[in-house]
Design a protein around this ligand. Structure first.
Ligand code: ADP
Ligand code: MG
Length: 694
């Protein structure tokens, strides 16, 4: 057998099974070796019949004491029974519709059984156990892999195929990691890693195997990203002449924070360098990214070039247009707006002005990218990003200009630096880690059920002072989880018994869009005092008068937006929710209600209550959950990863990044003979992203 051997050529694999396997992406032996288990079953320890706990899977080594007898219950249902004994006692074994056991189980022989022991009356009983002769065990007495399955493919089938492939050709798999690197980072050889990720000798061997595979994948990814960044860094771009920063600062109604100033200086350096800028500016909501974007547009305009600024929604585009016109018009910069809702005539006029060079900065939605939108000379593209773009998509933005324009990406998603290097690996990263002065941070408190009445009094006090309150629940309806506060029932309870004199409304994702908007508009207009809601308010409108956010079952929520990348409803993030209050001039509060006293939950909640910095919160989230959870979902804009979601901690990620940087310093094009297999692997990993590696 070789890694290229077709699974179809293996015994027992007919066309139907081959087709089912192909559905899982498994065609060759190599595919199977690279299909890592999603979990494991420990079948290493043997238990005595008498000691086997009720209802838990156990391995039992025992003698078959009676020849199996089969009786037919009715058409299509037969039962075969036998009895097994070991030194501690005896048990009945029962098999449904498995008449072959009459031949497979020989009286007087020893077998290892794997199954759940039950007690019926005074008898111990095993039903449908897996069994093997004790002198020829393959799937008992070891740690068994558990694979992701599809119809027509059982775990037993995959495990036995994996065993054949591991035995048959794991030793022929090429090792694509340079040997020197393997030594330095103490990584297992590929054969060892494959063998032990499928059939671990023990827990430690599994950890060693995983480390190698995760490292390899993250290292390849980091190499690819760093490679892109370096190559792009050589691309020629328009050099804009340097201008005095103070000239721009005179336009601002405030003094910049030092983080904003640093971002501006980095951008000025990029734009004057003669190479094309690809920079990500990351900063929490309210950190003042707009002024930084305005600065970049101002420089482009001074250099004689146009700027396009893309926002994810119409409302945001309009807001930017208003702000930026106010800021830049005094400097003689003409700011235009192009969105889908302009109407045909309006759009035509905007396009004409743009093509004639009568607009210097065009703010808009995705409409800016549509066909027929032409620039006289586009020099800078700014995107105010809410969603991840794929690496390939991002480069498509640049196609509206003759020479590649400079690209500035703004993001309000705090992502730990290590992950940002991967997700935005082809971009240089600037972090604005400071809020403008004078903002009083939202005060956060953690309360248990015993303080509920006090919490209600606090809600009332805020409303009496003229403020408004959000109450967030994790579920929409009762029954979605025991003890979870559900929006509809809770809103009814609040308005009937707790706050009969206040105006209580509710909103959740299952309402029709028009109803949702109506409620949100009423809240924004001050017609509602207490809004009970699921996490839909995260993306809702801005209500500066809201000064209190109560989060019920707070333990159910993740800390940071790393969770939102996973896009799972009801598993949203506290940081983003809390950002809904503290937008006005009033001191604002966030109250986390949780009856969960588990120490790690308490620690997580306390940490959140004491921390307002979005980056620190995201770092903590990464530390608590490891990157695996993040890699397990495909909303991160990265190529498909196979091993990385096995990653337990962030250490491997950091090491892999360091190693990639070192390797590329030594061999920038990965052209040395010993690095060629690696380059091949990088190409394969990025295959889905299209042309970028050609
Ligand atoms: P972001 O886009 O990063 O969420 P904005 O650029 O919209 O934040 O800024 C939020 C608010 O803070 C705006 O009202 C803006 O005028 C104000 N602001 C920005 N920078 C400063 C600063 N250095 N000092 C005072 N206020 C600032
Ligand atoms: Mg903004």
């Amino acid at each position: 057998m070789t890694p290229e051997t077709l699974l179809q050529a293996l015994p027992g694999i007919g066309p139907a099974r081959a087709k089912a396997l192909a559905k899982l992406g498994l065609v060759t032996a190599e595919d199977l070796l690279n299909d890592y288990p999603r979990g494991y079953e420990d079948r290493t320890r043997l238990t005595d019949i008498a000691d086997a706990p009720e209802g838990e899977p156990v391995c039992i080594s025992a003698l078959v004491a009676e020849p199996p007898r089969t009786s037919r219950i009715r058409a299509g249902l037969s039962v075969s029974k036998s009895r097994i004994v070991d030194g501690s006692g005896s048990a009945e074994v029962t098999f449904f519709n498995q008449e072959y056991v009459r031949r497979a189980l020989e009286p007087g022989e020893s077998y290892v059984f794997y199954g759940k022991m039950e007690t019926v009356g005074r008898k111990r009983q095993l039903t449908n156990p897996v069994f093997e002769r004790a002198d020829r065990t393959r799937f008992t007495g070891r740690i068994m892999p558990v694979y992701s399955l599809t119809a027509g493919v059982s775990n037993h089938l995959l495990a036995s195929l994996a065993l054949q492939c591991v035995e048959g050709c794991a030793d022929q798999m090429p090792d694509e990691l340079p040997g020197e690197l393997r030594q330095r980072y103490q990584l297992a050889a590929v054969e060892y890693a494959l063998r032990n990720v499928h059939f671990p000798a023990d827990e430690e061997a599994l950890a060693v195997a995983r480390r190698r595979l995760v490292f390899e994948e993250l290292f390849t990814l980091s190499c690819g990203m760093a490679f892109l960044r370096r190559r792009r860094g050589e691309k020629e771009g328009q050099a804009f002449p340097r201008r005095e920063l103070s000239e721009f600062l005179a336009l601002l109604p405030f003094a910049p924070t030092s983080a904003q100033r640093r971002a501006m200086e980095e951008i000025a350096g990029d734009l004057a360098s003669g190479r094309s800028m690809n920079r990500l500016v990351q900063g929490d909501v309210g950190s003042g990214k707009t002024a930084v974007a305005a600065f970049a547009a101002w420089l482009a305009c001074a250099g004689g070039f146009q700027t396009a600024m893309m926002a994810p929604t119409e409302i945001l585009a309009r807001q930017h247009w208003e702000t930026l016109s106010g800021l830049l018009a005094p400097a003689g910069i003409r700011v235009g707006l192009l969105t889908g809702s302009l109407g045909a005539a309006g759009k035509r006029a905007a396009r004409a002005a743009l093509a004639a060079g009568e607009v210097d900065l065009m703010v808009g939605t995705h409409a800016l990218l549509s066909e027929g939108v032409e620039f006289e000379n586009l020099g800078l593209v700014i995107t105010d990003e809410q969603h991840r773009f794929g690496v390939g998509q991002r480069s498509a933005l640049a196609s509206k200009a003759e020479k590649p324009p400079h690209v500035l990406v703004m993001s309000a998603t705090p992502i730990p630096r290590t992950l940002a290097l991967l997700i935005y690996g082809d971009l240089d990263v600037t972090i604005i880690d400071e809020l403008p002065p004078g903002r009083s941070p939202v005060e956060t408190y953690l309360v248990g059920e015993d303080k509920r009445e006090r919490m209600y009094r606090f809600v009332r006090k805020q409303v009496e002072a003229g403020r408004q309150v959000y109450v967030i629940c994790p579920a929409v309806e009762e029954g979605e989880g025991a003890d979870l506060k559900a929006v509809t029932a809770y809103a009814a309870e609040l308005s009937k018994t707790v706050f009969p004199d206040l105006r209580v409304a509710f909103v959740h994702g299952k309402l029709k869009a028009r109803e949702k908007e109506k409620v949100m508009a009423a809240f924004a207009g001050g017609e509602v005092d207490v809004l009970v809601s699921t996490t839909v308010v995260e993306v809702g409108v801005d209500v500066p008068n809201a000064s209190l956010m109560v989060i019920e079952n707070a333990e159910r929520f993740g800390l940071s937006q790393l969770h939102q990348l996973r896009g799972r409803v009801g598993r949203s993030q506290l940081h983003q929710l809390r950002g809904r209050v503290g937008r006005g001039k009033w001191q604002s509060y966030c109250v986390l209600v949780s009856g969960n006293h588990a120490p790690d939950t308490r620690e997580r909640m306390k940490f959140f209550a004491q921390t307002t910095d979005g980056f620190k919160i995201a770092e903590k989230d990464l530390e608590l959950r490891g990157p695996g959870d993040f890699f397990g979902h495909r909303q991160h804009g990265l190529p498909a990863l196979r091993a990385a979601d096995l990653a337990g901690d962030t250490r491997v990620l950091k090491e892999a990044q360091r190693a990639a940087g070192e390797l590329l310093d030594a061999d920038p094009d990965l052209s040395r003979p010993e690095n060629r297999p690696l380059m091949e692997r990088v190409r394969r990993l990025f295959a889905e992203e299209g042309e970028i590696f050609n």
